[in-house]
Design a protein around this ligand. Sequence first.
Ligand SMILES: [Zn+2]
Length: 172
Amino acid sequence: MSGAQGAKTCPQCGGIDTCLWEYQTRDGSEWEFCERCGHRRRRIALRDRKRMGQVRSSVKELLRQGRIDEAVEICGITVRHHEVPQKVVEDFINDTYIPFLKMTKDGYLIYRVYEWRGHGAYSIGLNGTGQLGSLHHNNDIRKKQITSLLSLRNSHEVKVIEVLDDGTIREY
Ligand SMILES: [Zn+2]
């Protein structure tokens, strides 16, 4: 899969280059996460599950009957001369979902956006490897989470940043 990734200014806390982002070229999906405040956002291309199911079952039926050319045609794919059509069709119905993305009448992809306000974030490092995560929105759960994260400090490098309800940032 090809795409792009980088870091930008966080739309929630304004942290410079603290918001990591990733973009998928094949369907325009996006993901972002701020390692300072825990802000998260996802943009996902919707799939047409009904059509996907219909095409899958007709293609499977055609393959079962050995009618490979017709299966290729239904999938709307181009088979290169060195490829085995049966294999291409099987890969198509098992994996690729590009042709099953939901589109508007004008041919634009349809997305759903999910966004979470961040209540803080943490990183746990050990021997050069790390793990990132966000703090829970519930105050009580978050307190426990912070306590257990800080208890890892004797063996790991732990960074915790909490965002309080009024937007204040507290570093541990
Ligand atoms: Zn942020």
